[in-house]
Design a protein around this ligand. Structure first.
Ligand SMILES: [Zn+2]
Length: 432
């Protein structure tokens, strides 16, 4: 294969779209956010983006912000009036709501008749899917589908909560986290397209009109270009053959590429990107972005005693005692069949420079590794060392006993990409 043909094959195109515009003020004032988003799109010479507006957001004040997007050359489209779940709404009400939004939006400069279903929910019965699809056609509308689903809205909500709680935010880490999560999701859905559609279609990235988009859209676009993506206009993206290829599956919540892949036999669980997971994103956000420096060793006093976990092959155990400067444990792995000790390590919890430090010293390795306690909410204690090869993240999750049962301790030993293993400890009886 020549270099030329391989580069032609890897040509990837993506259009940028924002839902739920124009968003009210959050941490950033709505008007400032709008201007920043426009400025940062312009800074990297991005082609026009499409803003899917929700009618109910169009207060007298905020309508001006939608107009700013339009005047900057971006497209305005329909994202319903009340942002209803189609599956929970009867078709007539849903269509009335659509028309209501259409009336509010049709006179904006740069309005284009594209409809983005709220929650990407196109209906859960064939009858409803078909009814709305016919209705859109009758009104000269095109389905403003996405191909790259993700949880950018959830990342923004974590940012808003952290700001309200007055947490210290590592802005550089937040930028990297936002950008890498979205680039990774784009590659993920493109790989699905290559595998199940046989080519790379013109993609549509789902983002939301929110603070993180305004801060980091320029970095995101640069990172996408770095990975070989061309940013294109949404009008161009919706000229792709997949725009006319209506999926027969009712599985539409992951976007059109996933739906068409489902039609072609892909299993639904393989069509969800790993970062479409609130628990994962929360864990990453708390450990990487908004570390809590107020965690105390005393909070980890529940560790004291013996913990054991039996896998198919091995017995894992940790025996924690109080030490002069904190807590200390002996950790062991014993082969279940032979009784042979496979590994032994000393773990220490101490306080240093106002941080709780988890130090692990394996017997067979003379080098101690330190992890710092980055978050301590809801009996969940995340220790992190970004520089270590493996693991980078050790999370202790304590579960108080249900009646008649033993206390549990779940320990996730992971890298930041989520790969690793979990130890499901139970407390041994105190007298043993
Ligand atoms: Zn929405």
């Amino acid at each position: 294969m020549t270099a030329f043909s391989s580069s032609a094959e890897t040509k990837k195109q993506i259009a940028i779209t924002f839902d739920d515009a124009p968003r009210a003020s959050t941490f950033q004032k709505a008007n400032e956010r709008t201007k920043l988003l426009i400025k940062n799109l312009k800074k990297v010479n991005a082609p026009a983006a499409m803003f899917f507006a929700t009618g109910k957001h169009l207060t007298a004040d905020n309508a001006k912000n939608l107009e700013l997007y339009a005047k900057a050359g971006h497209f305005i489209a329909n994202h319903s009036n009340k942002h209803l779940w189609y599956r929970n709404t009867n078709t007539e009400d849903y269509q009335r709501d659509f028309l209501n939004a259409h009336d509010k939006l049709k006179n904006f400069p740069n309005f284009k008749p594209f409809f983005r279903y709220p929650y990407l929910d196109e209906g859960r019965t064939e009858a409803k899917v078909n009814a709305m699809s016919r209705f859109l056609a009758d009104h000269n509308y095109t389905n403003g589908y996405v191909t790259i689903d993700n949880y950018d809205w959830y990342l923004d909500s974590l940012f808003q909560k952290a700001k309200l709680a007055d947490k210290t935010i590592d802005e550089d880490a937040l930028k990297k986290f936002y950008v890498s999560t979205l680039v990774d999701a784009s590659e993920f859905f493109n790989d699905i397209a290559l595998e199940y559609l046989g080519y790379s279609p013109k993609h549509v990235l789902l983002l939301h009109d929110n603070d993180l988009a305004a801060y980091y859209i320029d970095d995101l676009i640069l990172a996408l270009r770095e990975k070989g993506w061309d940013i294109i206009s949404p009008i161009d993206a919706y000229s792709d053959p997949i725009a006319r290829k209506i999926p027969s599956t009712l599985f539409t919540g992951q976007g059109r590429v996933a739906a068409l892949a489902r039609d072609n036999g892909a299993q639904p669980n393989l069509l969800v990107h790993y970062a479409e997971d609130e628990a994962y994103l929360l864990q990453q956000f708390e450990t990487l972005v908004a570390a809590n420096k107020q965690c105390q060793i005393e909070q980890l006093g529940f560790l004291k005693g013996q913990w054991e976990y039996r896998s198919n092959k091995n017995i894992f155990s940790e025996h924690w005692t109080i030490s002069k400067d904190g807590l200390q444990a002996l950790g062991k792995v014993i082969n279940l069949q032979t009784g042979k000790t496979l590994s032994k390590e000393t773990i220490k919890l101490t306080r240093r420079n106002n941080q709780v430090i988890y130090s692990a010293l394996p017997q067979q390795n003379p080098k101690v590794t330190h992890f710092s306690l980055a978050s301590c909410h809801n009996n969940r204690y995340a220790f992190i060392n970004k520089e270590h090869d493996f693991p980078q993240l050790i999370v202790y999750q304590y579960q108080a006993p249900e009646s008649g049962k033993r206390e549990r301790l779940k320990v996730d030993v992971h890298n930041l990409n989520g790969k690793g293993f979990t130890l499901n400890y139970r407390r041994l009886n105190d007298r043993r």
